[in-house]
Design a protein around this ligand. Structure first.
Ligand SMILES: [Zn+2]
Ligand SMILES: [Zn+2]
Length: 269
């Protein structure tokens, strides 16, 4: 099984021409089994979308492939395009979507449908509210699970890890958070950690978010294959190299650290 990650949006609620808001597309490819009878020998691709902020939807080539949407929290820069995604799927005759998110996701979606009542019943939406340590199995990717971990932000929020059939964490996405134990523990031994790093260290008194030094301290105690910094405010411009340098100092010479770019792709084999 290979995992292809597309960092669709790496920005925040403040507009930046080079970064739209949060959205990460994850494609899980399972090779076919040549010896299996008809129908089982075809490769399987399962597509997961994590967050769907403003600007994410127009960059999704095929909205009908998205049947699983994981929301880290309900701030606008993570959910602004959700109703637009639902409408796009309906228009493209794709009638099912599971939405996973923290406490409050069902009530939030119900209020959206109050405002856009003509969308009610257009597609079948299954909302699943998750708590810390909950695990979700996804149809089509046998053995793989998504684990939710509570994070530290201004409202209920989750980060997610993708765990393979052997129990190994392949990918972690922090969502918005201060460095926290839940994300640190599932990231230890993971192939890739996509962690928010909203501001450079020169911005004082950062709460609810992460700076390079704070992330570095979290990484001191764990081992990760690769760290990708995302959720970048305009304050980051000009400090990119310094931020990478600070984080890299803490996570050892074998760990690759990069600042994300919109539409960058990363593959985990
Ligand atoms: Zn937020
Ligand atoms: Zn955010």
């Amino acid at each position: 099984m290979s995992i292809k990650i597309t960092l669709i949006g790496t920005g925040v609620a403040i507009p930046q021409p080079h970064r739209v808001q949060s959205g990460i597309l994850v494609e899980l490819d399972k090779p076919g089994k040549p010896d299996e009878p008809d129908g089982l020998d075809e490769p399987v691709r399962t597509v997961l979308l994590f967050d769907c902020g403003s600007g994410v939807l127009p960059r999704i080539e095929d909205c009908t492939a998205i049947r699983h949407l994981f929301l880290t929290h309900l701030h606008l820069d993570h959910v602004a395009d959700v109703m637009s995604l639902i409408k796009a799927k309906w228009l493209c005759k794709s009638y099912d979507l599971s939405i996973y998110g923290p406490t409050g996701t069902s009530a939030w979606l119900a209020r959206l449908f109050d405002a856009y009542s003509y969308m009610l019943g257009r597609i079948a939406i299954d909302v699943v509210e998750l708590s810390d340590r909950d695990r979700v199995a996804i149809d089509g990717i046998e053995g793989y699970e998504i684990v939710a971990r509570a994070t530290v932000h201004a409202l209920p929020s989750l980060g997610y890890g993708i765990i393979d059939g052997a129990g190994k964490v392949r990918l972690v996405y922090s969502g918005d958070t201060e460095p926290c134990e839940g994300i640190a523990s599932i990231s230890d031994g993971a192939d890739v950690l996509i962690h928010e790093c909203s501001f450079p260290d020169s911005v004082p008194d950062v709460t609810n978010h992460t700076t390079p030094l704070a992330l570095g301290r979290m990484l001191d105690a764990i081992s990760v294959g690769r760290v990708i910094l995302t959720h970048l405010y305009p304050h980051v411009v000009g400090f990119e190299d310094e931020m990478v340098c600070v984080v890299r100092k803490h996570c050892g010479c074998d760990c690759e650290v990069t600042i994300s770019c919109d539409m960058e792709t990363v593959t985990i084999d």
